[in-house]
Design a protein around this ligand. Structure first.
Ligand SMILES: [Fe+2]
Ligand SMILES: [Fe+2]
Length: 359
């Protein structure tokens, strides 16, 4: 798409749809006719970043992908460099209007050693064993969000799971117990899942998790033959909507526009957390400036980004006046850090061990 067309899209508030390239159905008349969803409100949401470093060095990861044939190779066919692997996961604590708190685990990372380490650091292992965590939500079956499934299941095999229906056949097999580890960096799971499994799909699309917390499945394209992602929306009383994402492959503007079109009071956008999938490999494209301009129009109060957002985009967004939440550098005390953590002092990422409070 030409940049001129992209800007035209911004003007008509369909920028995100244009960006995503794969969820064009959102603009269809079926959606226009749909009654606006009113799924209630919560008092607050606390997001704890367990780990946002899916890998530690971009160049090393890029080399593995290139050697396997490029970005469209099946993710189970790439020889990954084990020493470079981490994973993405977050703990979500939802406070209902009556004060009741419920915990959710968002994604389960990649490298089991790293996930065991970060889970132990934050007591996630004990929370799972004690059944303090209500549900595991897998955003999508990408390497860094899902291959570490054993790290969760070994503590609580019967945890309720939301899982995208577009996941690869091997990803479903992994859930039941399978071993793909003959390819370096590919997963094995010796603990079959025994609990409730909710497979999300584009037909139903909207899933209410609890009052004030909804999940929207969008079949957006991603790399390594993965597609489809579960995106989370929270409606905070008196504040507005918070969007929580794994990689945000559909595009952040798409997700904000989704709320605006489909949810009651959807134009109140309070904030977001997660990977925003913009300058993923710290490259730059003029379109990324347009995303900054687009996000400015939504008057959000808190933007907590990390993972595949791209440090360079987050820095530019902060300099342009977007309310980027700055991290605390706790991640520097972890046994490993992403290569960017050392070279940047601007702290524009919500890093490993950081909390963000929406309420
Ligand atoms: Fe990711
Ligand atoms: Fe992803």
């Amino acid at each position: 798409m030409k940049r001129r067309d992209f800007l035209k899209g911004l003007a008509t508030t369909s920028a995100g749809v244009a960006l995503s390239g794969g969820v064009g159905s959102l603009a269809s008349t079926a959606y226009a006719k749909r009654k606006k969803e009113d799924f209630g409100e919560i008092k607050s949401l606390k997001v704890h970043c367990i780990s946002e470093t899916s890998w530690f060095d971009n160049a090393t990861l890029g080399k593995s992908i290139k050697a396997a044939g490029g970005i469209n190779t099946n993710q189970y066919d790439v020889d990954w460099d084990l020493n470079n692997l981490g994973g993405y996961a977050a703990l979500l604590e939802v406070e209902a209007l009556d004060g009741k708190k419920t915990k959710y685990l968002l994604d389960t990372g990649w490298n089991n050693d790293w996930m065991d380490y970060v889970f132990a650091k934050d007591g996630i292992d004990k929370m799972l064993k004690n059944k303090e965590i209500d549900t595991l939500i897998i955003t999508h079956d990408h390497i860094d969000h899902y291959f570490g499934i054993e790290s969760t299941l070994k503590h609580q095999p019967d945890i309720k799971i939301y899982f995208p229906g577009t996941s690869m056949k091997k990803s479903f097999e992994l859930l039941k117990g399978a071993d793909f580890s003959s390819t370096p960096g590919c997963p094995k799971n010796t603990v079959p899942h025994t609990g409730e499994l909710i497979v999300t799909n584009a037909k139903k699309e909207f899933y209410k998790i609890q009052d004030g917390f909804g999940l929207v499945f969008l079949d957006a394209p991603a790399t390594l033959q993965v597609h489809g992602e579960n995106n989370l929306y929270f409606k905070i009383k008196d504040k507005g909507y918070v969007t929580v994402t794994g990689c945000c492959h559909a595009g952040i503007l798409t997700l904000i526009n989704y709320a605006r079109r489909n949810f009651k009071d959807g134009n109140k956008n309070y904030g977001c957390y997660g990977g925003l999938h913009i300058s993923v490999f710290e490259n730059w494209d003029p379109k990324f400036d347009d995303i900054i301009e687009g996000m400015k129009t939504y008057n959000m109060s808190k933007i907590a980004c990390n993972h595949c957002t791209g440090w360079v985009w987050a820095e530019k967004a902060a300099a342009a006046g977007l309310p980027i939440i700055h991290g605390t550098n706790k991640n520097l005390s972890y046994k490993k850090q992403g290569s960017l953590s050392h070279s940047h002092t601007s702290n524009v990422y919500t890093g490993n061990g950081d909390d963000v409070f929406f309420g």
